[in-house]
Design a protein around this ligand. Structure first.
Ligand code: FE
Ligand code: ZN
Length: 544
């Protein structure tokens, strides 16, 4: 044991000798010092407890000291030995391995990034963060946090639905082809066989003998719409896409007994637009679903992502990309939370919500200071689950707010970065459309996001898996089509463009949980989509 220490001391002197003009080596030396100090302390604790480390155990502890705390491991190993009826004289490698394993179950060892690999950190090529010299241009356009005021009374639901209808009707009426739409009541008075357009919220949808029957409502009254058996295939296809509670314009012919026979359906949709772009070459890393606290959180991959932001990971090309990152946007599920899915406890590494946020803060704080960090909550975060969700309260996530400046907003929120408007939404309601519409599956979240834009609503179906609070106004209506629509939740990275809007689903940093396996959800984690705000090009970078 003593022999070992001696060898290391000589090595250390060598370092000092060769490193006179070399900052990197000197850093390594000072870093070794801290590790060795701890190692020495661990050894003296062992001795005073009446034990000795055998050669293998010493080597193990020595290696471990570079990244983890040897003191806690030794202490826990001794504690375990103390409980044995017959205490050994030597502490072996297996004792330490057991202690390390047990500890890693209880706490997360976050790699101390700044000390771990100084060679990468200060390689010959220095890192010039271009984004450091660019002033941030961040505007919060809409954040529901301070506007939430529901009590849950029945009248509030009526008010909420009325507001949803009115907002969407207004959006529909902005279209050229729906301006002549009349109210449902007015269709009653129209003569038979007349061609009509009307706007309604779908309250019922049934399929009987290849006929599709809809019930539509507006604040005054309701009507029945029929999609006949012999309707053209395009119309049948459109009818199959219709979701309950969505507001739609129906082109129809007046039949008997006020029945409306459908000829076409018009979605509010978004108009084709020329996207806004930044004038400076800055990028945003759009991520989500970290799930810190879960045993399946990919801490190594995520650490590499943070290292990359610091210019300490990847080749020249990747470092070039990192130098332009001015914003890190996290679209919810920062932590794994507690009691979110069945049997979650078995898969939790940190079982205390405050500690989960503490662990998260230890990563977030390592994001370079010149980068703005924007966070919204997801269904795993410690805030109310009903939409819209207010920002994560300080009460649970104090560490997150204290270590570094962050912009903590509600879900959904709208921001603009260098005049590029971004709609941030965690994506819970993606669960409600997957499976309902045959073409939308968990591995194609971009398709569901496109559907939300067509419906101009973030949760078109009411009463599914997405809890919605009956606010006086519907925060989930997409009133202003964004340039970028960023969502997460399904843990599958995907991006696409739709009518000038960039759709990004930002994947995850957690491998497949048992629950996901049951749902048939195969995640694509560990990849960060980087969006160049100057040209809206997306570069997915893998950190796996
Ligand atoms: Fe998630
Ligand atoms: Zn989620």
């Amino acid at each position: 044991m003593e022999e070992g220490l001696e060898t290391r001391c000589t090595e250390r002197e060598d370092y000092i000798l060769v490193s006179h003009n070399n900052r990197i080596r000197r850093r390594k030396h000072s870093h070794m010092n801290v590790a060795e100090e701890k190692l020495q302390k661990a050894i003296s604790i062992t001795l005073s407890a009446g034990y000795q480390l055998d050669k293998e155990a010493f080597q193990f502890l020595n290696d471990l000291a570079q990244t983890e705390d040897p003191l806690t491991i030794i202490e826990s190993a001794i504690k375990k030995l103390e409980s044995l009826p017959e205490k050994p004289l030597f502490i072996g490698k297996s004792h330490l391995e057991d202690a390390a394993k047990e500890l890693s179950k209880k706490t997360t060892f976050i790699m101390p990034l700044l000390e771990q690999e100084p060679e990468i950190q200060e390689s010959k090529r220095t890192f010039h963060p271009y984004a450091k010299d660019v002033e941030p241009e961040l505007k919060i356009i809409e954040d529901p946090t301070t506007k939430i005021c529901t009590t849950g009374a029945i009248e509030e639901y009526t008010q909420y639905f009325r507001n949803r209808f009115e907002k969407l009707q207004k959006l529909l009426k902005q279209r050229m082809d729906t301006r002549d739409a009349v109210t449902i009541k007015a269709t009653y008075k129209a003569p038979p066989n007349s061609k009509l357009k009307t706007i309604g919220m779908i309250s019922e949808k049934r399929e009987i003998n290849n006929k599709i029957i809809l019930r539509i409502e507006d604040p005054e009254t309701s009507a029945t719409v029929l999609v006949p058996k012999n309707a053209p295939p395009e119309l049948q296809e459109k009818a199959h896409l219709l979701l309950l509670d969505q507001v739609i314009c129906i082109c129809c012919i007046k039949g008997k007994n006020n029945l409306l026979i459908a000829e076409d359906f018009i979605w509010p949709d978004i108009p084709q637009k020329t996207p806004q772009k930044a004038t400076s070459h800055v990028s945003a890393a759009l991520i989500s679903d970290l799930h810190i606290g879960s045993k399946l959180f990919m801490r190594e991959a995520f650490s590499r992502f943070i290292q990359w932001l610091n210019g300490k990971y990847g080749n020249e090309q990747l470092r070039e990309l990192a130098s332009h990152v001015k914003y890190v946007v996290i679209a919810g599920d920062i932590v794994d939370g507690i009691g979110i899915y069945p049997k979650q406890l078995n898969e939790l590494e940190i079982k205390d919500i405050t500690k989960q946020y503490e662990a998260a803060a230890r990563y977030i704080e390592q994001i370079p200071e010149y980068i703005e960090v924007i966070i919204i909550p997801g269904n795993h975060d410690a805030t109310r689950k009903a939409h819209p969700q207010p920002a994560i309260p300080k009460e649970y996530a104090e560490a997150l707010y204290e270590t570094r400046k962050i912009w903590s907003l509600g879900n959904p929120s709208r921001i603009s970065l260098h005049n590029v408007e971004i709609l941030l939404y965690h994506g819970r309601s993606l669960d409600d459309v997957v499976g309902l519409v045959p073409s939308i599956t968990y591995d194609l979240p971009d398709k569901a996001m496109k559907l939300f834009l067509q419906c101009r609503h973030l949760a078109p179906i009411y009463g599914g898996k997405t809890p919605i609070a009956p606010e006086q106004q519907d925060f989930l209506v997409i009133e202003n089509p964004p340039t970028i629509f960023h969502a997460g939740h399904v843990h599958v990275i995907k991006h696409d463009y739709y009518k000038g809007t960039l759709l990004v689903n930002s994947g995850a940093w957690q491998t497949q949980t048992e629950f996901m396996q049951k749902l048939g959800l195969t995640p694509i984690p560990g990849i960060a989509p980087i969006v160049n705000l100057q040209n809206l090009q997306v570069t997915p970078i893998s950190f796996v």
